[in-house]
Design a protein around this ligand. Sequence first.
Ligand code: GLY
Length: 465
Amino acid sequence: MESIGILLVSYGSREVAMADAFINSDQYGVELYIIDRQNNPFNSKIAKEYAVVSDLDIEKICNFAKKFENRISFGIVGSEKPIIDGIRDLIEKETKIKMVCPTKECAIEGSKVAQRLLFQRIAPKVNPRFKVFNPISYGSSSELLNDIKDWISDLNGIENCVIKPDTPGFGKGVGVGGEHFNTFEQAYNHFLSIYGGEKNNCVIIEERIDGEESSYQGICDGRHLIHLPETRDYKRAYDNDEGPNTGGMGSYKAESGLLPFMSETERKNEIEIENEIFNSVIKEKGDGYRGFPFYDAIMHTGKGLKILERNSRPGDPEIINLLPILKDDFVEICLKIIEGNLSNIKIDKKSTVVTYVVPDIYPEKDNKMRRVHLEDAYKLKDECKDSMRIYTASIELRNGKTFALSSRTVAIVGIAESINSARKISIKGASSVKGKELRFRTDIASEQHIAKSISHMKRLRNSND
Ligand code: GLY
């Protein structure tokens, strides 16, 4: 068996799932060189060389890569910060290691304004109605205030608008009318909180779209775009979609590759739109779009789709629904991405459900270290064989003990012939994670939740609005 060295820049479960896919390669004996945010028990155990770089600073990552340059064939990055900071540009300039991720220039998620303007140029139908406000271009704050009021009134009021910072996660982040603010004064305060002056001088106010959400993910070798099966993410913190937005509490994929609330025509239209956008951008930047540069949060309205936002990395947890059921070797896929000859990817026609176990306070943060025990979960996984996976995320290994930090703790994947069976496995796994002050959503991919999505979509398709 040929051996190969791979640099993996890890943030959480998404990259642990990548590491798992690599070490299960049938064709290569993989040696992993892993950089992590904290001492992740899975990664630190399997890595050939391992280092923690808590801020994922690209200079530090590049120094690590240089040390092992002669043993590493390629590198892969899952999370956005190093990609936006230009990790590919730096490592490819300083070493001979090729990176599976977009260049800084192609990391379009660095600016939500740039995304909206790009779509406006090449596929305006995917944009909700939006307006970009640049406060420094106004003569006075009352002019700005009046303009914002007029636009919110054009969008039919506070509950129909979304206020977004240009830079991801800036200030209070994305604010939704009727949830984060109810009055114009509150909306304006939200606007000010995400207006960072010199650092972040634009704010978008856009139409709030009613619909059902799905996640589109595409893999790209700089020449071809491979469409991955559709997945559904659960963003809210609590059951019944209550509570604040999170990074994602779980997700599912159906055996068909389509979601139960989507029609074949809707998926076909989505693929056509993704191809249209791709054909346009690839002409301009080509090889810059390597890896998983197109992960779109899509809102299906019943009358076509809107792209809520685009990311230049795989979804977390959405990619975890796919990596364990790849039929093709993940190392081979990455090599083809680098060579520019990835023409398709085979994925098992199975359902997968991911449930994230998280600290009680999540998505709030604290500095507590919560003892977490995974022994029962791993025992269950051994019993379940190929139908369960455990991917540790914001867990730190200290002196042989595992502690949950404040972000998502561990992702449990159920894999089966139907959504319902996959869900049962995922929930059983999540229940076997032991520790105080931990919780998980119990309704990821539940029949009831899916039925609600199906009837919502029917209503939207039949409405005259
Ligand atoms: N699941 C949401 C994200 O990856 O951004």
